[in-house]
Design a protein around this ligand. Structure first.
Ligand code: GDP
Length: 196
């Protein structure tokens, strides 16, 4: 469990809006609809903490939460079908400056829908994470939607992709916000980072 209540701090659209980097932070990234809000809510034990960000208008916002001594950072979802080039460019610029500009950022959690496995657009953020040298860990979401017999090949493919990325941890977390699977493990990983 996190040492303290989880509170929403602010949503920011540019680097100059970020809160002071006065504590350790971890961030969460993933395609829109990957289940990021649900995961953050499940992890923090609150129902409506992370607002669902399923409209393109909300995609560019970085949402900051405090969890005890740490910040949890909900990054804007990506991979909207038919997103205008300008929107994608703005997202990339924001991600580049965020990932490269927060010395207190300990780890990024990259959420991937277990049903689909990694997509080419996930590879783009993995490259940004590599370039910024931000260690990242893959978190599979919606595991309850995948039959046990189908998990192996998707995990193998993800392992193959992660092995191409120097900033990636080989360990993969498998979660279901719906069933609660893997949530305690993810919380424990984050709590461990806060103690370092
Ligand atoms: P976000 O856009 O990444 O924040 O995604 P949301 O958290 O809003 O989730 C997108 C959709 O996936 C919603 O309809 C959720 O109810 C559903 N969802 C999220 N997590 C899970 C899960 O663990 N299992 C199942 N079955 N559905 C989920």
């Amino acid at each position: 469990m996190f040492a303290g209540p989880v509170e929403f701090v602010k949503g920011v659209v540019a680097m100059d809006g970020l809160p002071p980097a006065d504590r350790i932070e971890v961030c969460f990234a993933g395609r829109s609809n990957v289940g990021k809000s649900s995961l953050i809510n499940a992890m923090t034990g609150r129902k409506a903490l992370a607002r669902a960000s399923n409209t393109p208008g909300r995609t560019q916002e970085i949402n900051y939460f405090t969890a005890g001594e740490m910040f949890l950072v909900d990054l804007p979802g990506y991979g909207f079908a038919n997103a205008p080039v300008a929107v994608v460019g703005k997202w990339q610029a924001l991600m580049r400056s965020y990932l490269g500009g927060r010395p207190t950022l300990r780890r990024a959690f990259l959420l991937i829908d277990h049903r689909h496995g990694p997509k080419p657009v996930d590879d783009e953020i993995m490259k940004l994470l590599d370039r910024a040298a931000v260690p990242f860990q893959a978190v599979l979401t919606k595991a309850d939607k995948v039959k046990a017999s189908e998990r192996g090949p998707i995990l193998d493919r993800l392992r193959g992709v992660l092995s191409q990325h120097p900033a990636a941890f080989p360990e993969i977390l498998v979660t279901s916000s719906e069933k609660g699977d893997g949530i305690a493990d993810l919380r424990a990983v984050i709590a461990g980072l806060g103690r370092d």
